[in-house]
Design a protein around this ligand. Structure first.
Ligand SMILES: Nc1nc2c(c(=O)[nH]1)N[C@H]1C(S)=C(S)[C@@H](COP(=O)(O)O)O[C@H]1N2
Ligand SMILES: [Mo]
Length: 253
C-alpha cells in the first residue's frame, strides 16, 4: 500500500469518525485544513456539504471514472431540460450556425483566448458514451463528442493559484467546478451528440459534460470560461446559480 493511500485512508476515516464522535464542526475544520471546503459551505447545509464534498474528494482522489456505455445502450429518447435561450443574440447565432460565436477563456490563465467553433474542433477530439442524470430523477445515455477541458486548459495555461473553473452560458445557469473535475479525463466541452452536431435544445454550440455530477452542473449554451481562485465575487458568491433554487454546489454522483 502506498504512503499516499495510507494517508488518504487515515484522513477519510478520520473525517467520518470525527463527524460522528466529536461533532460536525471539528470535521469541517479538518476539511478546511486540507483545502476541501466547497464554496457554499456557509449556508444552512454548510457543514453537511463540507463533509460530503471532502469525503468524496478524498475517496476519489485518483480520478475515479464515470461508467462508459456501448453504442447499443444509447437512449432512444433524450429529454431536454432548459430549452434554447430566448435572447436575440442566441437566435441570431443559431441562425448563422454559430459562425460568429466565440468561447472566451480568461481569468488566471497565461494566454487568455477566444475560440471559434472551428478552432475548438481542431483541438484533439474525444468521445464518450455516458449517462446524464438530472436531479429531478430522470436520466439518459448519449454519446458526447468534443474537446477535453484539460486540453483547453493546457492550451491557455493555468496559474498555480487556480482553484475553480466557472462556466458562463447565454442564459442564467452559470456553474463552477473545482480543479479535480476540471482536469478529470472525462470532463468534456461537447459540440457533438450521438454523432451529430449538438442539437440546440441540448446546448448548442457547446456544453460542459461532467459525468460524475448531476445534470445541472452540465452547463449548456456556453459563451465563456473563467479560471479563478475564489468564487466569492461572482454572482451570488456561492459558485452556482443552482444554489438560488435550493441545490448544492457539489453534485457528485
Ligand atoms: N445553460 C443551461 N445549462 C443547463 C440547463 C439550463 O437550463 N441552462 N439545465 C441543466 C439541467 S437541470 C439539466 S438536467 C441538463 C439537461 O440537459 P439536456 O437538456 O441535454 O438533457 O442541462 C443542464 N444545463
Ligand atoms: Mo437537471
Amino acid at each position: 500500500m502506498s504512503r499516499m493511500l495510507t494517508r488518504r485512508r487515515v484522513i477519510t476515516t478520520g473525517l467520518a469518525a470525527v463527524a460522528g464522535a466529536s461533532g460536525l464542526g471539528v470535521a469541517a475544520r479538518l476539511a478546511t485544513a486540507y483545502g476541501l471546503v466547497p464554496p457554499d459551505s456557509g449556508g444552512i447545509y454548510g457543514v453537511g456539504e463540507t463533509i460530503t464534498y471532502a469525503t468524496q474528494r478524498l475517496l476519489t482522489a485518483n480520478h475515479s471514472m464515470a461508467r462508459e456505455f456501448s453504442r447499443r445502450d444509447i437512449s432512444k429518447v433524450a429529454p431536454v431540460n432548459g430549452g434554447p435561450p430566448q435572447s436575440d443574440d442566441y437566435r441570431r447565432m443559431l441562425a448563422s450556425r454559430f459562425a460568429e460565436w466565440r468561447l472566451d477563456v480568461n481569468g488566471l490563465v497565461a494566454r487568455p483566448a477566444s475560440f471559434s467553433l472551428d478552432e475548438l474542433k481542431r483541438l484533439p477530439m474525444r468521445s464518450q458514451i455516458t449517462q446524464q442524470a438530472c436531479e429531478e430523477g430522470w436520466s439518459f445515455i448519449a454519446e458526447w463528442t468534443g474537446v477535453a477541458l484539460s486540453d483547453l486548459l493546457t492550451v491557455v495555461g493555468i496559474s498555480p493559484r487556480a482553484r475553480y473553473v466557472v462556466f458562463y452560458p447565454f442564459d442564467s445557469s452559470w456553474e463552477s467546478i473545482d480543479m479535480a473535475d476540471a482536469w478529470h479525463p472525462q470532463t468534456l466541452l461537447a459540440y457533438g451528440m450521438n454523432r451529430e452536431e449538438l442539437p440546440s435544445g441540448h446546448g448548442a454550440p457547446l456544453r460542459l459534460k461532467v459525468p460524475r455530477q448531476l445534470g445541472y452542473k452540465n452547463v449548456k449554451y456556453l459563451v465563456g470560461i473563467e479560471v479563478v481562485e475564489s468564487l466569492k465575487d461572482i454572482g451570488n458568491g456561492l459558485g452556482s446559480n443552482a444554489l438560488d433554487y435550493g441545490y448544492s454546489w457539489y453534485a457528485g454522483i
